[in-house]
Design a protein around this ligand. Sequence first.
Ligand code: FES
Length: 120
Amino acid sequence: MYSKKVIDHFQNPKNMGKMKNPDVMAEVGNPQCGDIMKFYLKIKDNVIKDISFETMGCVAAISTSSMITEMAKGKTLDQAMKISYNDIAKELGNLPPVKIHCANLAVEVLQKAINDYRGK
Ligand code: FES
């Protein structure tokens, strides 16, 4: 039911782990499934220089976290804010409809991190 790319990102996640001294850290959880995502960002001159994640969740939650961190790295904050569920699904080769909320969680945590950073 998962594409090969989803499985790849689940088995070999990119940018996984806690970051030392991030400029911002954000966390979101999904009360329905109990999954939690934490994102760490280093930002310089409005550009995401480094990003990593810790996700406790399902296959889709981990692979979308991995994919969105790859997509966001090197982007400006404005560009990263625009990454949508559809962009992730396109890169991953589609997700089963029941897993859409998992990708949305990854979008949400990235946007929260950027908003928190801007609000500082
Ligand atoms: Fe909860 Fe995927 S089932 S994030």
